[in-house]
Design a protein around this ligand. Structure first.
Ligand code: NAP
Length: 285
């Protein structure tokens, strides 16, 4: 049977480390701060916000909420982002996306100060991810995949990694992180023919397509570690992209959904806020 790679212990280990780093920052009179910008009342955004607020409280990160209507005008959103940029008490900002259709999302992202871009949404952050300089911040979900691999001691260097999905939020940055750790990486997408054949070759398989059941028996090999990023709402409840029951007795290790990658992302968000606060302190000194 496969080892189940639960996210919770990963998140707890990160939280414990961050609590110490927040205390060290407090010793230098810095209280890390996170702003959250949310438009409308999307259920999954609200649930994620609640989880993030709880995690921030545990770590010692102050939070400031900007709640705008789903019908907000671009100028209203940009004003909120400018306020975030100017507020010295805020070190990082999470803005829920996709934004409502009437808004120019790219312009909004680019208004955010790159120093506060703890979820990798600005051009400079993306450049850091793709050039491998480590500047800026990686999108939290992509980094969560690597945090899971590292926590469970799964080697990356020299391994064959396959990433399903090429979005800028998960697939591409996750692939770049694996590449930076010397994996040999293949990125698959909706036009990739013979997907199972490619997946079967993987030592590490990351599924981030948002297609329930996409990754089934034909995609696995016995030495494989499978990270399921997908979150899909089906009549049977929440599930990932991976057929968990088919993976369980065919691979070396697999993350569950829920309780896998999703359980780690708020901890990574907090990690980025602490890093942003530490970077600013370093610049000041
Ligand atoms: P997205 O922007 O819709 O991108 C999905 C990607 O999957 C695209 O690149 C798409 O290919 C590819 N794809 C779709 N169908 C495919 C197929 N049949 N075969 C191969 N590739 C296929 O989604 P996303 O924002 O990256 O999110 C992906 C999943 O992660 C969603 O289920 C989302 O809910 C979940 N998610 C989880 C977390 C977490 O914390 N666990 C956080 C955020 C999102 P094309 O580019 O060719 O269209």
């Amino acid at each position: 049977m496969a080892e189940i790679l639960y996210g919770r212990p990963v998140a707890e280990a990160i939280t414990a480390e961050l609590t110490e780093r927040a205390a060290a920052l407090a010793g230098s009179c810095v209280e890390p701060g996170l702003a959250i910008i949310r438009l409308g009342e999307n259920n999954s955004d609200v649930a994620y916000e609640q989880a993030a607020l709880k995690r921030c409280a545990r770590v010692g990160i102050k939070t400031r909420l900007f709640h705008l209507g789903a019908d907000a005008a671009q100028s209203e959103l940009l004003r909120a982002i400018e306020e975030v940029n100017c507020d010295e008490a805020i070190h990082g900002c999470l803005m829920f996306r996709p934004l409502p259709g009437q808004l120019d999302e790219r312009a909004a992202c680019e208004t955010l100060s790159p120093d506060k871009d703890v979820d990798g949404i600005t051009g400079p952050s993306m450049e850091g991810v793709f050039s491998g300089t480590g500047h800026g911040f990686v999108p939290c979900t992509a980094r969560s995949c690597l945090e899971i691999l590292d926590y469970y001691g799964i080697p990356i260097q020299g391994k064959r990694a396959v990433v399903i999905g090429r979005s800028l939020v998960i697939g591409r940055p996750a692939a770049m992180l694996l590449l930076a750790r010397d994996a040999t990486v293949t990125i698959c997408h909706s036009r990739t023919p013979a997907l199972p054949n490619i997946c079967r070759e993987a030592d590490i398989l990351i599924a981030a397509a948002g297609r329930p059941g996409l990754v089934g028996a034909g995609c696995f090999n016995p030495g494989q570690v499978v990270i399921d990023v997908g979150i899909n709402t089906t009549p049977g409840g929440i599930c990932g992209d991976v057929c968990f029951e088919e993976a369980e007795n065919r691979v070396r290790a697999v993350t569950p959904v829920p309780g896998g990658v999703g359980a780690v992302t708020t901890a990574v968000l907090c990690k980025h806020v602490i890093e942003a606060a530490e970077r600013r302190l370093k610049q000041r000194n």
